[in-house]
Design a protein around this ligand. Structure first.
Ligand SMILES: Cc1ncc(COP(=O)(O)O)c(C=O)c1O
Length: 448
């Protein structure tokens, strides 16, 4: 690819729209802005609507999101730190937490907060257990398959991550965790399900260890927390992992994933109020006045909170159950499509997010061919693999049949493919997630 083509791939709009390198002297007309964003959104949403994208777009219904956007705009400008002005936020946040606790069997003492998504919830978890531990040089034991946002939080918070290996079934090795616990361990982490493989760690066994050592156990349900409970009701065979397991002290679950809310919200749930208080920040001796905030964010928009609440109450149990039935059905079909090909191997025992690799082929060659046929898989590494995280758009008629056919062709392609594959294993898609790319996110397009 020429340098120009690379830049165009990264800045596809630089040839069609003006690049603003400074504030325009006169404001651009609203109509012009609306026409432009309409065009961009239609182009960018197209691939997800066709149902060939893994994860990312969890609901995808135009109607659903138009409604949520309608709710959002009523409170978009609202700063919910000012509760005297906006008590609606207290209703919405309290009810979002209560509805999620209900789904995850929180007991009498259970409680929670709203976060801006998985990464903030996991930041809260690391902070809370560091504070609860109250010891110098705290450590947390984290399965290697747990989401890397835990390592990010630990990096910010000066907590050491002790990585725990997984078994051949790709869930955490509990014996290894046992042997890694030291007096410096303040908490254990597990997932339901793991980002790479969509699997549920053996939470009951981890909980026994946590109770024995009187330490915390956080279950990262950011991905699976709001889909697995429906799977259980639908009769999918799943192990226990939520607050019914004694010893689970906190759970994160993302409303902006399988809660079908707009991007930017999740819940962080605690088994008791003492733990929740560990994440609060309070200052009573600041010239700016008395200050308190529940998490990292200061000012927060009421729009996202209201829209999240609206997603939950309008879908209701029936709505979530119906969507989940479609997702688990599609998950089983995707899994069957992979299992039908002897060159491929499914990782563990997945239900809604299906990961697979190959002992014979370069799986990234398989991905190259899938990409050519319009599929956007997520690439994994250690070991190399791909996953298909099933969401509502993937449940459309014909999608799994098309996937099965394209996967079979992709395997044939990989058998004879030469040279290095074009697709690798970078989270978020593409090969290019390097520091330079992150820098480029914050630059206007280079001149033509
Ligand atoms: C299991 C798990 N935890 C945490 C996260 C991080 O969530 P977010 O991207 O909302 O910060 C993800 C994201 O996919 C995830 O799958």
């Amino acid at each position: 690819m020429s340098n120009d083509a690379l830049v165009d791939a990264f800045f596809p709009y630089r040839r069609s729209y003006e690049t603003h390198r400074a504030l325009p002297a006169q404001g651009v007309a609203r109509d012009e802005v609306l026409a432009m964003v309409d065009e961009m959104a239609a182009r960018e949403d197209k691939i997800a609507r066709e149902g060939r994208v893994s994860g990312s777009i969890y609901h995808g219904g135009e109607d659903h999101f138009a409604f949520l956007a309608d709710v959002f705009r009523r409170f978009a400008h609202v700063n919910v730190l000012q509760r005297d002005m906006y008590p609606s936020a207290t209703k919405f946040e309290g009810e979002i937490v209560a509805m999620c606790l209900g789904l995850l069997d929180g007991g009498e003492e259970s409680c929670g907060v709203l976060s801006f998504g998985g990464s903030e919830s996991l930041f809260d978890a690391v902070l809370v257990y560091r504070e609860q531990g109250g010891i110098p040089d705290p450590q947390v034991i984290v399965p290697v398959t747990a989401h890397v946002a835990i390592a990010k939080a630990a990096h910010y918070l000066g907590v050491e991550v002790v990585p725990a290996p997984v078994t051949d079934e790709f869930v955490v090795d509990v014996d290894a965790v046992r042997s890694l616990i030291t007096p410096r361990t303040v908490a254990l982490f597990g997932s339901a399900g793991t980002y790479p493989h969509g699997l549920i760690d053996p939470i009951e066994a981890l909980a026994e260890l946590a109770l024995e050592h009187e330490i915390g156990l956080h279950v990262d349900g950011c991905l699976g927390g709001l889909i697995l409970p429906w799977g259980e009701r639908l009769g999918v065979d799943l192990p226990l992992w939520d607050f019914r397991v004694e010893g689970v002290t906190s759970i994160s679950a993302d409303t902006h994933k399988y809660g079908y809310a707009p991007k930017g919200t999740g819940v962080m749930l605690y088994a008791n109020r003492e733990l929740r208080r560990r994440q609060y920040f309070k200052a009573s001796d600041w010239p700016g006045g008395l200050y308190a905030s529940p998490g990292i964010a200061g000012s927060r928009s009421g729009g996202l909170i209201a829209a999240t609440w609206a997603a939950l109450v309008t879908l209701g149990e029936q709505g979530y159950l119906e969507i989940a039935a479609e997702i688990f059905r599609t998950g089983a079909e995707i899994r069957a499509a992979v299992e039908a090909l002897p060159e491929l191997r499914v990782f563990g025992d997945p239900t809604f997010c299906i990961a697979f690799g190959s002992d014979e082929l370069d799986i990234y060659h398989v991905n190259d061919a899938l990409k050519q046929s319009g599929w956007r898989m997520n690439s994994l590494q250690l070991p190399p693999g791909l996953h298909f995280c099933v969401t509502l758009p993937n449940t459309q008629p014909g999608v799994t049949e098309a996937f099965a056919a394209d996967l079979a062709s992709a395997v044939e392609y990989a058998k004879t493919a030469e040279g290095p594959p074009r697709s690798g294993a970078v989270y978020g898609g593409g090969n290019e997630m390097l520091e330079g790319v992150l820098d480029a996110w914050y630059e206007p397009a280079p001149p033509l």
